[in-house]
Design a protein around this ligand. Sequence first.
Ligand code: ADP
Ligand code: MG
Length: 343
Amino acid sequence: MAGVRLEGIVKKFGKTVALKGIDLEIRDGEAVVLLGPSGCGKTTTLRIVAGLERPDEGRVYFDGRDVTRLPPKDRNVAMVFQSYALWPHMRVFDNIAFPLKIKRVPRGEVVRRVRWAAELLEIDHLLDRYPHQLSGGQQQRVAVARAIVTEPEVLLMDESLSNLDAILRIKMRSEIKKLQKRLGVTMIYVTHDQVEAMVIGDRVVVMNFGEIQQVGTPSEVYHRPANTFVATFIGSPQMNILRGRIAGGRLEVLGGVVEGVGLPDGEVLVGVRPEDVKLGRGDLTFEAHVDFVEDLGSDSVVHLKATTGDVVVAKLTEGEPPSPGSRVVAGVYREKIHIFDRE
Ligand code: ADP
Ligand code: MG
């Protein structure tokens, strides 16, 4: 197994700067998820780790060894693509065996390793089938088995669950995590789905426009987002971002005041997660008109219009939701208030 280090990675495609200087250290045996919107450079980063793409600047190290110029076959990495990329004319057995044959592994060893990988993925009863005779979920398992069969040092997965239906995705994401831990393989997993990222990642790397916005555990990026991009990308419904002001150490927002904020005076952005807005008073209390209520059964999403005109979305998990048109008092506790510089 190997730790992976990216140092100052820049990648351009013509005029597009896909990566603007990526520095990232991934520990041996760690699962790191690259999370960000479409086009932010996730796939390009993976392809550079795999050796499928050469960076314009910067270096890639596996366990301190510079592999920047090594071709993919000399890197001991395996990649699972979104499309699975199975060979349609080959049976499942031969699909999984393919990377071993390229490495000229002896036949007996091939059989042993394919059985091992197929059993881990619970597809050992499907080895004689062709890909078109499999469900999407089974094809996905074959693609993962083929990736792990060579026992790579680094496993790369690019939006590998995105073609599965919602229920299967949820099942597979925890299976992938368990498999990664069981194998102890270093994994870089790419997704634009924040829940998937939180479930799979020991750490999450939030990216936007070819730059890393924050690296942290799922709990860190949720509880201590570095900026409003991370704050609004993680969490659902997304964090409320409000205009506020700090004057004499007090925060003024939503027509209310929070004492003892202890930050320099000036205009700020104030973030409050919908799940942290409660009915009743808090350290910050505001009055609002109930605009709209989405009753989701277990909880309700309530759109509040504060007397200041600000719209605040609240996610309420207890009691009956308030009726549309009514007036309420709502509050937020001090430790749930995030303060960001105005950008
Ligand atoms: P993501 O996987 O996060 O959606 P990508 O890494 O695929 O993002 O792409 C990052 C940026 O680089 C995008 O603007 C994309 O259009 C551009 N890009 C990626 N690959 C190529 C390529 N082969 N040729 C030209 N532009 C590319
Ligand atoms: Mg991509």
